[in-house]
Write a protein that binds this ligand. Structure first.
Ligand SMILES: Cc1ncc(COP(=O)(O)O)c(C=O)c1O
Length: 387
């Protein structure tokens, strides 16, 4: 009996290697997909350098924290956590529709704007199709394209990092299905002016859809900035992306939305998972939309912080790019890696530019006055010791 058991076990439990060979190979594209590299976390840096005070200026989060109304809404919704969420985020959608003067059918809510980028790629891209975008820009557009075996054609930004419609149009051909424009652009903080946006829209060939990623639109105060909603209300055919992670301070709970013509939104709804936005995120986002005081304080803090940061960098002789967003690109030349490390050791986390092909630059999120002061003092210290 014992022998029989042993024999059975040997047959039924394959070795680890045999199991590996028996599993399917992953899709070929996975071999050259670069996973997203997020900013280092506060807990990480605290542990690595034994620091008590760590300031994170690496992921363009809201330095004031979440909206108090959102926090309250989440607390109230907690006892219903055993229920599935509304699969279409109906209340949030209606609230957004009213606020934006759009139809609810023109809106789709998702688990962050990141998910929307993937949904758009899944809905529209066949293998061999192309997307066009600027470089440097947010990396998830090419990630989504790669996932679908489509190609990314990137147009390098000029030395000023200004976004021009005609530059992007040179990259559009009959294989281009999607054009992604991030405005204000991450990581440069520059933007596509309204007349350029209109020009781009009017010149795109049929069969090519513009996706305007306006994740940072709230922070833009240039008179000729456009977030795309007015164009949508006028019937233009584009997708506008928005997130609750930045101005609304809800990056951790995950919510974003896309607006577009109803037939396009229907394509995105067709590929989304049923319960993509959790119940807490739905109530948090709806409450944050009502929290005008929090949004106002956020925008005020950012506008003042942008000036404070810029002036501080100027005083230290560090060149920066004029930003319409809640971050700023700063030039350190061949000292950039050293400055990045030096800041980390002093408890200030910023984002290195190498991932965008900008090894000489660091991207710094605009924090509170106190956080910017700490950054500037640490930077001054690092630059002095690097001389
Ligand atoms: C330009 C841009 N779009 C989209 C996102 C993703 O936002 P979410 O947190 O809603 O996924 C980010 C996040 O950093 C971003 O910078």
């Amino acid at each position: 009996m014992e022998n029989h058991d042993l024999h059975w076990k040997q047959q039924a439990v394959p070795t680890a290697n045999a199991r590996k060979e028996a599993s399917p190979s992953p899709r070929a594209v996975l071999a050259d997909m670069q996973p997203y590299v997020p900013g280092r976390s506060i807990a990480d840096i605290r542990a690595e350098f034994g620091l008590e005070r760590v300031v994170k200026l690496a992921s363009n989060e809201n330095p004031l924290g979440p909206s108090p109304l959102a926090l309250q809404a989440v607390r109230e919704a907690l006892p219903d956590m055993h229920r599935y969420p509304d699969d279409r985020a109906g209340q949030l959608r209606s609230k957004l529709a009213a606020k934006l003067s759009l139809q609810a059918g023109q809106l789709i809510v998702a688990n962050g704007a990141d998910e929307l980028i993937t949904l758009i790629c899944e809905a529209y891209l066949e293998p061999g199709d192309r997307i066009a975008t600027f470089a440097p820009t947010f990396s998830e557009y090419s990630f989504g394209a790669r996932l679908m075996n489509a190609e990314t054609v990137s147009v390098p930004l000029p030395i000023s990092f200004a976004l021009h419609a005609d530059d992007l149009l040179t990259a559009v051909d009959d294989r281009t299905k999607l054009v992604f424009v991030c405005s204000p652009n991450n990581p440069t903080g520059t933007y596509l002016p309204k007349t350029e946006l209109e020009r781009l829209l009017s010149r795109l060939p049929d069969g090519c859809l513009l996706v305007l990623d306006a994740a940072y639109s709230h922070f833009a105060d240039a008179r000729d900035y456009a977030d795309g909603f007015e164009l949508l209300r006028e019937g233009a055919r584009l997708i506008v992306l928005q997130t609750f992670s930045k101005a609304y301070g809800l990056a951790g709970i995950r919510a974003g939305y896309a607006a577009g013509p109803a037939d396009i939104v229907a394509h995105l709804l067709a590929v989304k998972e049923p319960f993509n936005v959790n119940a807490l995120a739905q109530v948090a986002a709806a409450a944050a939309l009502d929290d005008e005081a929090h949004l106002k304080a956020t925008l005020h803090t950012n506008a003042a912080g942008r000036v404070h940061l810029r002036e501080g960098l100027d005083r230290l002789g560090v060149r920066s790019v004029t930003s319409q967003s809640n971050f700023m690109l700063a030039h350190f030349g061949d000292r950039a890696a050293l400055v990045y490390e030096g800041l980390l050791r002093r408890g200030v986390i910023v984002r290195g530019g190498a991932g965008w092909g900008l090894p000489d630059w660091l991207r710094i999120s605009v924090g509170t006055t106190e956080e910017i002061d700490l950054l500037l003092a640490s930077l001054s210290d690092v630059l002095r010791s690097a001389q």
